[in-house]
Design a protein around this ligand. Structure first.
Ligand code: CA
Length: 618
């Protein structure tokens, strides 16, 4: 999530109790829960006008009200519940009692957990993730385009900062397209409510942690979306933002206590320097600014050292996973969070959902800086982050250097070779998410100067290098642009809206170049989907020679050879040097063309890549 530069907002009034116009009992969250959770403890946040002046009563077999916490703001109570194992699902009243008044009652439900096989199944190196901004993919329901009770009104497709009307229904209407392309997992930028007055479409300024933004649909529709994906063999990645909250949410407008967010005398932003967190020579203030500084005026920095905040966030995330059955989590702005809390969070979540997968947004060209945040590394921290993988920004940069740079001892394609050689830094580099672009970055086609050979080589590397590949919506139809401002890389998918002149979801709507790109991606993605060697297989790479970079992915059934010519001219190369992996095979199948290829000599076009399946593969 990149900071938003295009509007200014006044600093927040961080006073407590300034949120006068609320009902006596405004909300209880999580609004329901489950029996049979690994962690028997549940902390309810109760918001209502002077709710702290009331006594709390609760009677249900197997549930104990352990503690009632009053905090600085009398509009809050925090209730500690313990739900004993063997408790029967059911509904019971929680009463808020004041002498001389009728008690306020919240009807609390404990549901049975859903242990179905297809839920929370994990997104791994067997998958191909497709990233979608829900506002910009397809508008499947015009009735939810705008709501009079939300701060930002209407849809304005001619403005990159406004809402465009895309929604969950639009995505559900195009799952066949994604399935056909060879995608196996869908990552949506946050679909929860962002009721901000401007540029609310991006989703990273949450205003209601428990509600899908009405412009995308309902909670129920989100659950149906996940179920429909599962029924089609597709998985879902949910995007979580621990670090900051939108300034129009109830816990920010009327904070439970001053320490709910990081407070500064005046607006103070993060220095955005990951190194400040790990630097043994670093300044304490630089570290504090990195972690506690705000990401943006409109994004309050959550105080993750506050145990109430910890419970609030962790329970919300567990609630969504159990409610909707999502398979993987992407953690926004990972390095900006409190490291100890995030480590505890990961353990708490995995205790409830052992198969669930997690990756953190970490964006740096430095593999060491990136590896610092991953599971198994305790250097300079003293404890494990329990973060299985990160968005592999280092390999992305190295791929672009291999495509665009000039060959040199440590430059050009040697950069990529050298980067892959540093995979020892990770407990398991195959848990990293490999990507070429996303909603914050220039699109891949623009990054390779619209050179179709480079585009195809980039896609080939994405699908064949180790890790979990992730592509960005529209790259398969040659959408392009530089991320300045970022709205330029968040354009609507042509054909997603009623009345669009072109529908690029169909072959007829795409021109020849777009179909060539689409078919290339589709062929590779579907090949990868059916080739375990490219998913979980080992990798052997060779030192580049004359600008040619060769690596193999293999298991006991198949060997796939990838040959990239980084130079500007066609080259022919002998293959005897690769005997360790070729193992006497004479021929190979070109995965893109389907043609048989004599393996003794290979001819590779400028900036092009061959993906070959060796004939001795069983
Ligand atoms: Ca809509």
């Amino acid at each position: 999530m990149k900071k938003l530069l295009f509007f200014t907002a006044c600093c927040l009034a961080m006073a407590l109790g300034s949120f006068a116009q609320i009902p006596a009992l405004e909300r209880v969250e999580p609004m329901f829960w489950w029996v049979g959770m690994h962690n028997p403890n549940l902390q309810l946040i109760v918001h209502g006008s002077n709710i702290a002046t009331r006594k709390v009563e609760l009677n249900y077999p197997g549930v104990k009200l352990v503690a009632v916490h009053k905090v600085e703001n009398p509009n809050y109570l925090f209730l500690d519940l313990r739900i004993f194992s063997g408790t029967t699902p059911g509904t019971f009243p929680i009463k808020f009692i004041k002498a001389g008044e009728k008690p306020l009652t919240y009807s609390y439900t404990l549901k049975a957990r859903d242990h179905s096989q297809g839920r929370a199944q994990g997104v791994t190196n067997k998958d191909l993730i497709y990233l979608i901004m829900p506002d910009r993919f397809a508008n499947g329901d015009k009735a939810n385009d705008s709501f009079s009770n939300l701060r930002e009104q209407g849809i304005h497709r001619d403005s990159m900062f406004s809402r465009h009307g895309g929604d969950l229904q639009g995505i559900m209407d195009h799952l066949d397209y994604l399935k056909d392309l060879g995608v196996t997992a869908i990552w949506l930028t946050p679909e929860i409510e962002n009721d901000e007055p401007h540029a609310s479409y991006h989703g990273y300024a949450v205003t209601d942690y428990y509600k899908v933004d009405p412009r995308y649909g309902t909670n129920d529709l989100y659950k149906k979306f996940v179920e429909k994906c599962h029924s089609m063999g597709l998985k879902v990645v949910k995007d979580l933002v621990h670090n900051h909250a939108g300034t129009e949410g109830y816990t920010i407008l009327d904070m439970p206590m001053k320490s709910w967010v990081h407070q500064w005398p005046k607006y103070t932003k993060s220095n955005f320097k990951y190194e400040a967190e790990m630097d043994i020579h670093g300044s304490a203030m630089d570290r504090k600014l990195m972690l506690d500084g705000w990401f943006d005026h409109r994004m309050a920095d959550m105080n993750e050292n506050n145990p109430y905040v910890q419970n609030f966030l962790t329970q919300n995330h567990i609630w969504w996973i159990e409610y909707a059955g999502v398979d993987g989590l992407r953690l926004d702005t990972y390095p900006y969070n409190d490291p100890a809390y995030m480590a505890k969070w990961a353990v708490d979540v995995k205790n409830e959902f052992p198969r669930l997968s997690i990756f953190g947004e970490v964006l740096t060209p430095q593999p060491v800086t990136q590896a610092y945040f991953t599971q198994g590394n305790t250097v300079n921290r003293g404890f494990d982050t329990h973060l299985p993988g990160v968005t592999d920004g280092a390999i992305k940069d190295a791929i672009y250097e291999a495509l665009n740079g000039n060959d040199g001892w440590a430059d050009g394609v040697n950069r990529l070779y050298g980067l892959v050689a540093q995979d020892f830094l990770y407990q398991d580099a195959t848990r990293n998410v490999v990507f070429l672009d996303n909603h914050d970055m220039s699109r891949m086609l623009s990054m390779v100067n619209e050179d179709i050979n480079k585009y195809k080589s980039a896609m080939a590397m994405l699908m064949t290098l180790r890790g979990v590949p992730q592509m960005y919506y529209g790259d398969e139809i040659l959408m392009k642009n530089y991320s300045n401002p970022d709205g330029l890389v968040r354009e609507d998918f042509p054909g997603g809206w009623y009345g669009d002149k072109k529908n690029k979801f169909t072959a007829d709507g795409r021109d020849d170049k777009e179909n060539d790109a689409f078919n290339y991606v589709k062929t590779l993605a579907n090949y990868r989907k059916n080739t375990a060697a490219l998913q979980t297989g080992k990798m052997t790479q060779y030192i580049p020679e004359k600008g040619i970079y060769v690596y193999f992915r293999y298991d006991d059934k198949k060997t796939v050879m990838v040959v990239y010519n980084s130079t500007d001219k066609e080259q022919t190369t002998a293959t005897s040097r690769y005997y360790e992996r070729i193992k006497g095979a004479k021929n190979a199948k070109n995965i893109i063309t389907g043609e048989s290829q004599d393996l003794s000599k290979l001819t590779i076009g400028a900036k092009s890549t061959l993906v070959l399946e060796l004939a001795n593969s069983k």
